[in-house]
Design a protein around this ligand. Structure first.
Ligand code: HAM
Length: 419
């Protein structure tokens, strides 16, 4: 056997129902909030993420699947969708065609991380992005949309955490204060943090090393260094969340592990997920579009990990059960049974048949295993009378039904039970 690659996973038939429900909820929600779907390639130039996600992030430094293709180009399996969405917005000049550019996308992402519950090397995200709107009301609306997603999925316990990381104007004052407070304690931090201190001190907050945490917890808070505009923006986001009735916690540690964020950052945390508890995360990135060669446009969005949402969704029977199983004995009956399953399927019913021409008992056993609602039995006797035997598997009642009436009879009964 050649096993699947570590950190990747198959979505099996008994799980796929949950995924389909999740995707249906997502599509409905995105439509109601005015988002249009786009699909971008999973493979992009390495440079897009180096510039977009940021050279100093763990993603770019340690986690990207990058290789040289046969033409000598450095390409990367996307670790996140935001840079691709920005590229698409710029490359296709989307703002010329769409009045408010609100986009969503669903698909696989790739990060070479240590696999554990809720953390994979190939995982899936819903990504949501809005371009061209700086108003703080939108920040609150996006957080409200994220929270509506969690509610729609009936995920019961979750927490909204927010922060503001300021803008280009006020960030330098904050990072200087951070380095001042750190002072000679810097040498007590891990090697990664020492590197972060010289290239992007904000990234020190991403550190997961246990021994570093007491030092990092005592560092200054970005919200205490915001310029007037960032301060007003953050106030409006918070008061708007209050208007929308959304409880939230401000966490100064929430700088998020990507370089592009400005002002608002947020996450929704779930309780059932253990260490990997972020169901979704996002924020504003007002300089990124220009940085990636586009016009100077604001940007904001979030991404949700679909595996984590599936894990957090309440259990529900998700195995789709077929409507009818056709059991046939004898060659002539098998011929007729094949026509019958075709007719049942054409009538919109899910119909199965046993292909191996085995005993009645073996076929009935297989039918039982599928939890089917009706079994139709066809043998020489039934054929001679142009009838079938219809068995309701719930009540156990068997009835003889004319061959030409059986499809209609099951379709009506099926409609009555689903109404
Ligand atoms: P992120 O926080 O890196 O943000 O990822 C968003 C979500 O993807 C996480 O909250 C988590 O649910 C899921 N996720 C991340 N890594 C993994 C993994 N290895 N295995 C399973 N799930 C994972 C971004 O990706 C940004 N692009 C979000 C954004 C959009 N910001 C603005 N717009």
């Amino acid at each position: 056997m050649i096993p699947a690659i570590r950190g990747t996973h198959d979505i099996l038939p008994n799980e796929v129902g949950r995924w389909q429900r999740l995707e249906a909820v997502i599509r409905g929600l995105c439509e109601r909030y005015g988002y249009q779907e786009i699909r971008t390639p999973v493979i992009e130039r390495e440079e897009l993420f180096a510039k977009g996600t940021g050279e100093t992030t763990d993603i770019v430094q340690k986690e990207m699947y990058t290789f040289e293709d046969k033409g000598g180009e450095r390409v990367t399996l996307r670790p996140e969708a935001t840079p691709s969405m920005v590229r698409t917005f710029v490359e296709h000049g989307l703002e010329q065609y769409i009045p408010t550019v609100k986009l969503f996308s669903l698909g696989p992402m790739f990060r070479y991380e240590r696999p554990q519950k809720g953390r994979y090397r190939q995982f899936h995200q819903l990504d949501v992005e809005v371009f061209g709107i700086s108003d703080a009301m939108l920040d609150a609306e996006i957080i409200e949309m994220a929270s509506a997603l969690i509610r729609a999925l009936k995920i019961e316990t979750s927490e909204i955490v927010i922060n503001s990381v300021g803008c280009r104007k006020c960030r330098p004052r904050f990072t200087q204060a951070l380095l001042d407070v750190l002072g000679n304690q810097l040498s007590r931090l891990c090697d990664d943090c020492q590197r972060r201190a010289t290239i992007n001190p904000l990234r020190i907050y991403d550190c997961k090393v246990k021994d570093d945490q007491s030092i990092i917890d005592a560092l200054p808070h970005s919200v205490d260094f915001l310029c007037d505009d960032c301060c007003d923006h953050f106030q409006i986001v918070q008061s708007q969340l209050a208007v929308l009735g959304l409880d939230h916690r401000v966490s100064h540690r929430l700088v998020r592990g990507l370089d592009y964020y400005t002002r608002t950052t947020f996450e929704v945390l779930g309780s059932k997920l253990g260490a990997q508890n972020a169901l979704l995360g996002g924020g504003r990135y007002d300089g990124l579009v220009a940085q990636l060669g586009g016009p100077d446009r604001a940007g904001i969005g979030f991404a949700a990990g679909l595996e984590r949402l599936v894990l957090a969704m309440p259990e529900q029977s998700s195995v789709a059960t077929p409507d009818v199983f056709v059991v046939a004995l004898g060659e002539d009956a098998r011929q007729s049974a094949h026509l019958l399953v075709r007719d049942l399927r054409n009538a919109g019913l899910t119909a199965l048949i046993d292909y191996d021409a085995r005993s009645l008992r073996a076929q009935m056993k297989r039918a039982n295993k599928t939890n089917v609602r009706y079994v139709v039995m066809l043998g020489d006797e039934e054929l001679a009378r142009d009838e079938v035997t219809l068995k309701d598997m719930e009540s156990g009642v068997q009835t003889a039904v004319a061959r030409k009436a059986v499809v209609q009879r099951i379709a009506v009964a099926d409609k009555e039970t689903s109404d």
